[in-house]
Design a protein around this ligand. Structure first.
Ligand SMILES: *Cc1c(COP(=O)(O)O)cnc(C)c1O
Length: 410
């Protein structure tokens, strides 16, 4: 991009007076939240399998149509507890995608397991199943794929492969709460799936997560392991950690879950608006959701083709930032290019990952969620169009602050 174009695109004054974020928390009914927190304070029951946590687990299990839900303090710990419950320990290899948030890999590394990175499938952005198969070796103990940006992994093919090799199959479903695969909710696939309810996620519990599984025996082990190895009878059955969810988190989780339909509606509307406003712009495309499936649409991710758009993703990100739009380059770089994995390629990245390298240079996550209304989406798209056209960004004709009609609904 020439300096002239850069200058034009970033002048005269920022389009938005307040920053627009990716992953601003969605808040449901504040009154319901405070009521629930008050209840916990009245009961003097703050943690250890309290009534709000139990209710949250029941609701999540119902929502995801899965037999067991084990709420945890966060998804990273959830992945660790799930891996440990499946007997994965130091030196054991787990095949994971490189194109994901680094938590997927770090969760394994932190318990001494060895993430081995696979190539991505261009259509879904999830694991390339043929490459996963090539990576299976004598030390492979599990496959852990990610439903990246809420787009389901190649679940059928992976399930078949895992079964053929007698390997457990886990899914990091941090992005996919409320999404479906073949019309069935994400949650009941593989050996277990792990949701994140961290504040920036679609449904949140401030910090939190859940391991969901149809395997009752595994669920019992997970429950014990998240609670210092104690079983339901309060006997110490083995080693464990503290990965419990507490009542205040569950209070938020329940409140957030009640508003999930509203969040989805707003996200879908924003998604469609982004698609419409960016339609036909050379070199910029919104990564599509799976046709015929439900999606929470919590991420709007564009791909910037530098040759066709005339500017690189980083340049577009800089222009947006100049207008107070804090777009994020999720996920760039790929995990295999992050430490500590980058320094040990023979251990973690036996094969080159050209598709990961290519996609990580093109992706950019745009602001959405309850804090982003139609006027904001239009503004972000005007800035993007101007940056690509090399024209001046028009002045904003709206004030910022989100879509009031949406953000105050229960
Ligand atoms: C957010 C996220 C996590 C981690 O979730 P926490 O609840 O913060 O531990 C894991 N994987 C992916 C893909 C995520 O986006």
């Amino acid at each position: 991009m020439s300096d002239d174009r850069m200058l034009l695109a970033s002048l005269p004054t920022p389009y938005f007076s307040e920053p627009l974020h990716v992953g601003r928390p969605n808040l449901g009914s504040r009154d319901r939240l405070i009521e629930r927190i008050d209840g916990a304070l009245e009961r003097l029951w703050f943690t250890n399998d309290g009534p709000l946590v139990r209710e949250f687990e029941a609701r999540v299990a119902e929502f995801a149509e899965v037999r067991n839900c084990v709420a945890v303090s966060n998804a990273t710990t959830g992945i660790q507890v799930a891996a440990k419950a499946l007997g994965i320990g130091p030196g054991d290899e787990v095949i994971v995608p490189s194109f994901t948030w680094v938590a997927t890999a770090h969760a394994l590394d932190w318990i001494g397991a060895v993430p081995v990175f696979c190539e991505l499938d261009e259509e879904t952005g999830t694991a390339d199943v043929a490459h996963v198969e090539r990576l299976i070796g004598p030390r492979t103990r599990a496959i852990l794929d990610v439903h990246v940006f809420g787009r389901p992994a190649r679940i059928d093919e992976l399930s078949k492969l895992a079964e053929e090799h007698g390997l457990p199959l886990l899914f990091d479903a941090a992005h996919a709460f409320g999404c479906t695969y073949r019309s069935k909710p994400i949650g009941g696939f593989g050996t277990a799936e792990i949701f994140s309810f961290q504040a920036t996620k679609f449904v949140n519990s401030f910090e939190g997560g859940a391991i969901v599984t149809d395997d009752d025996e595994l669920a019992d082990r997970l429950r014990a392991m998240r609670h210092q190895g104690l079983n339901a009878a309060h006997e110490i059955t083995g080693s464990g950690t503290v990965a419990r969810m507490h009542e205040i988190s569950a209070a938020m989780g329940l409140t957030s879950l009640e508003a999930a339909d509203v969040f989805t509606e707003v996200n879908r509307r924003n998604y469609r608006l982004y698609e419409n406003y960016l339609d036909g712009l050379p070199g910029v495309r919104v990564r599509p959701q799976q046709v015929g499936e439900q999606s929470n649409c919590q991420y709007v991710v564009i791909e910037v083709n530098a040759t066709r758009a005339g500017l690189r993703r980083d340049e577009l990100q800089a222009v947006l930032q100049g207008h107070n739009v804090l777009a994020r380059a999720y996920f760039s770089p790929g995990c295999h290019s992050c430490e500590p994995y980058r320094s040990a390629p023979a251990r973690h990245t036996p094969d080159p990952l050209p598709k990961v390298e290519a996609l990580t240079e093109r992706v950019l996550s745009l602001p959405t969620g309850m804090a982003v209304g139609p006027a904001e989406v239009e503004g972000v798209c005007r800035i993007i169009r101007a940056a690509v056209d090399g024209s001046a960004v028009p002045k904003a004709d709206h004030s910022t602050g989100g879509d009031a009609s949406c953000s105050h609904r229960p």
